[in-house]
Unconditional design. Structure first.
Length: 260
């Protein structure tokens, strides 16, 4: 067994949010975040969060998030892709007990699964897998849906499994950075997407800053990076290439849909 087992998770409802936790005394109207359902945060409150977090660096932002939100209501996902070691190293330093969700599409490279096991052991992560029901996944595999309808394939194998657990959480941290794609270039630190509050603490980290961090901490890259893969997803939809050019190559699709 690699790493540690994630403790049993339970579904939450609005009444559970922040129960038993001390309330912060922020003077800026955000003091209710630990009890408020973030679906009810106004555009102005999200704007206030963006302004308050903007001067902080990515590690300080993550530390602050755990002060503003109940830690058990924070969802962290990782694809254990090219440079996930950077994000996971920061998160595991800030909150070692944080659970990490891995969306298991069933189509990952064996190298990704080995990298996942390696990082889980290295950082002593608590990783849990989320996946489509076996029958639904099998139907996509049988139909080779990534060829005929990749949006539908991602919807079944990535988006639906994540949406099934989203109601357990108030805020979702992901490691997107603006330089990664045109779509991501317009993202902010906090924004509501598909009904959940997204938190992008690394959105303004440059590629050079990320690589400097990786080198300074002697972190391992995904094994396929050495073979020219700059971005790594499922085997059927990933080839070697710069940036995200190797994802859904030859198709208009550029995002799996999780971050749209
Ligand atoms: S990335 Fe490709 S194989 Fe993976 S879920 Fe999406 S369409 Fe299917």
């Amino acid at each position: 067994m690699i790493g540690q087992e994630a403790p049993e998770r339970r579904a939450a409802n609005d009444a559970d949010f922040g129960a038993g936790l001390a309330q912060p005394t922020a003077p800026n109207g955000l003091a209710t975040l630990r009890t408020a359902h973030t679906n009810r945060l106004s555009a102005g409150e999200i704007q206030s969060l963006n302004e308050r977090y903007a001067p902080l660096d990515c590690e300080e932002r993550i530390r602050q998030l755990y002060r503003d939100f109940p830690p058990e209501k924070v969802l962290v996902t990782s694809s254990f892709a090219a440079t996930s070691a950077f994000f996971l190293h920061v998160v595991s330093r800030v909150r070692p007990e944080q659970e990490i969700a891995f969306i298991d599409t069933g189509f990952h490279f064996p190298q990704t699964l080995r990298y996942k096991a390696y990082l889980t052991d290295l950082f002593r992560l608590k990783v849990f897998d989320v996946a489509a029901p076996p029958a639904a996944h099998e139907r996509t595999a049988h139909a080779r849906l990534w060829e005929a309808d990749p949006d539908r394939c991602c919807a079944v194998n990535k988006i639906a499994p994540l949406e099934a657990i989203e109601p357990d959480y108030q805020v979702w941290i992901s490691s997107l950075m603006r330089w990664q794609s045109e779509h991501r270039a317009g993202m902010r630190i906090f924004e509501r997407r598909r009904g959940i509050l997204k938190f992008h603490p690394m959105i303004d980290v440059t590629r050079e800053e990320r690589d400097d961090y990786i080198r300074a901490h002697h972190l391992p890259f995904h094994p396929l990076v050495l073979q020219g893969y700059a971005s790594i997803g499922c085997t059927h939809c990933t080839v070697a290439g710069e940036g995200r050019s190797g994802r859904w190559a030859g198709k208009p699709k550029t995002e799996c849909g999780l971050h749209l």
